[in-house]
Write a protein that binds this ligand. Structure first.
Ligand code: BG6
Length: 488
């Protein structure tokens, strides 16, 4: 590992986005519908809704936590607003946006492919125009020597696979996913090196994300098993197509601290942390850990495996760990402890930390703790592929003075540097989330912004889509220029 005083020489500074929150063009260029296209906008504490059609033709809606009725299919109601349809329109702005990324000095850019753009139904029918779109994006990045980092699947699935196969409940979807991988691995064999098989695999649970109707935990774990098998097959296939590929997993890492040194609190933290360690154990070590098998036993869950599944999982371990880090959380054995908000987790309030307007705890040292825990446990290269501060930005005379965002990033980058220089962590890159404003995944809002680049659009989809550089844009440019030395 080539660490110097600070960040390694080839450190991958960049930014991250996802198709369903950024790309738009939801029916352009032959794209098919995705589950995410049937999710309405929400607001803070007002859940987004999945809209569907029942067999009798009536229309209904559920939250993402609820099950869809049997036989219901995803449905788009013309009278509602669905943020993914236009999102912040990367589809029509990619050249302009990539030029801005280049101006900041990005070394890499993380984006996801919309499966239904490459294959409208998610089957073996390929939409050349969709592939061509991604090829143009990748070529544009390479023009500026920006390394593309591809998330193969970020929180969505073609609607057809959800409707016809009940999404990842079906093993058939493993074959279709692997087919998709084969197509993109071959096509971009010499243009893309870094891949991630699934975004935040520990959060894949709803119809919107994985196309399954049931909200029963057993069905979710069964679907997750299929996703593990698909990922492991993709890793093996990718390496056979280009042995230089680096194929990673991606986990939402939210370290849980015990509320106190009471052993019961500490044990609660152990249990909570296992919920995220479990997916890493499977994808990095190649087998289900005993604590998870015991948990299945206790819950009475039977995960149906076929023939070679265990061998496939063992042979398809990943090359690196990509993870998102926004916040830490607290585990408590006291059910009456004060609750707090969080990134898809029910958390307890940490009295030592401030929070964002959306209640996410701000904990830079937690990033160093996470880096150390992950590196000590897996000894794999790490990549912070999401981190950032969701905040309301004010435009004043065409300028955005987002010093709160700069403070957040400064503190987190300092802790990454400490993890590298003091703890010897092998960290290969950093791609702050929503480097350009995108629709919030949790709430569907636009006003929860993360970007260095402002996009003029509101929560209802109104706006000119004009791009503006925030103060953080100029600040991050200096950070990259100095390879993380200048954080002022
Ligand atoms: C991560 C997701 O969980 O958090 C992103 O991978 C998401 O898709 C990000 O946008 C921030 O969450 P939110 O709800 O603020 O958009």
């Amino acid at each position: 590992m080539t660490t110097t005083k600070g960040f390694p020489k080839n450190f991958l500074w960049g930014g991250a986005t996802a198709a369903n929150q950024y790309e738009g063009g939801y029916l352009s260029g032959g794209k098919g519908l995705s589950t995410l296209d049937a999710i309405t906008g929400g607001a803070y504490k007002v859940p987004r809704k999945v809209t569907f059609k029942r067999q009798d033709g009536s229309i209904g809606e559920v939250t993402r936590e609820e099950s869809l009725p049997d036989g219901a299919v995803g449905y788009i109601d013309e009278n509602r607003y669905y943020p993914s349809h236009a999102a912040t329109d990367f589809y029509h702005h990619y050249k302009e946006d990539i030029a801005l990324f280049a101006e900041m000095g990005f070394k890499c850019f993380r984006l996801s492919f919309a499966w239904s753009r490459i294959s409208p139904k998610g089957t073996d029918e390929i939409n050349e125009e969709g592939l061509q779109f991604y090829e143009s994006v990748i070529d544009e990045l390479l023009k500026y020597s920006i390394e593309p980092i591809i998330t193969i699947n970020h929180f969505d699935i073609p609607m057809y696979l959800a409707d016809q196969y009940d999404g990842w409940s079906s093993r058939k979807v493993i074959d279709y996913y692997v087919f998709l991988c084969e197509v993109i691995f071959k096509r971009f064999k010499n243009k893309v090196k870094y891949w991630m098989t699934f975004n935040e695999i520990n959060f894949l649970r709803s119809w919107a994300q994985i196309g399954i109707r049931s909200s029963e935990p057993q069905s979710k774990f069964q679907a997750l098993h299929h996703i593990f098998v698909a990922s492991a097959k993709a890793v093996q296939l990718g390496h056979s197509i280009n042995p230089k590929f680096k194929i990673g997993m991606m986990v939402a890492y939210i370290p849980a601290y015990p509320m106190s040194c009471r052993p019961e609190d500490v044990y609660e933290a152990v249990k909570r942390n296992r919920q995220q360690e479990f997916v890493m154990d499977v994808q990095c070590r190649g087998y289900y850990p005993n604590y998870q098998l015991k948990e299945f036993e206790r819950q009475g869950f039977e995960i149906v495996k076929e023939g070679d599944d265990d061998a496939i999982i063992a042979a398809g371990t990943v090359d690196y760990i990509g993870f998102s880090y926004y916040m830490s959380t607290v585990a408590s054995s006291d059910p009456n402890a004060e609750r707090s908000e969080g990134n898809q987790v029910l958390a307890y309030k940490n009295p030592y930390l401030n929070t964002s307007e959306w209640g996410w705890a701000i904990d830079p040292l937690g990033l160093r703790i996470s880096l150390s825990q992950l590196y000590d446990r897996y000894h794999l290269p790490l990549f912070v592929v999401e981190n950032g501060f969701g905040a309301v930005d004010k435009v004043e005379d065409g300028e955005i003075h987002d010093d709160y965002r700069i403070s957040y990033f400064k503190a987190h980058i300092e802790e990454m540097r400490n993890a590298i220089t003091e703890d010897g962590v092998d960290l290969i890159g950093y791609t702050p989330w929503g480097c350009i404003d995108v629709v919030s995944s949790g709430t569907g809002e636009m006003k929860k912004r993360y970007g260095f680049i402002y996009v003029d659009m509101d929560d209802k989809g109104n706006g000119s889509l004009k791009r503006l550089r925030k103060d953080s844009f100029y600040w991050y440019k200096k950070v990259i220029e100095s390879n993380g030395e200048n954080l002022e």
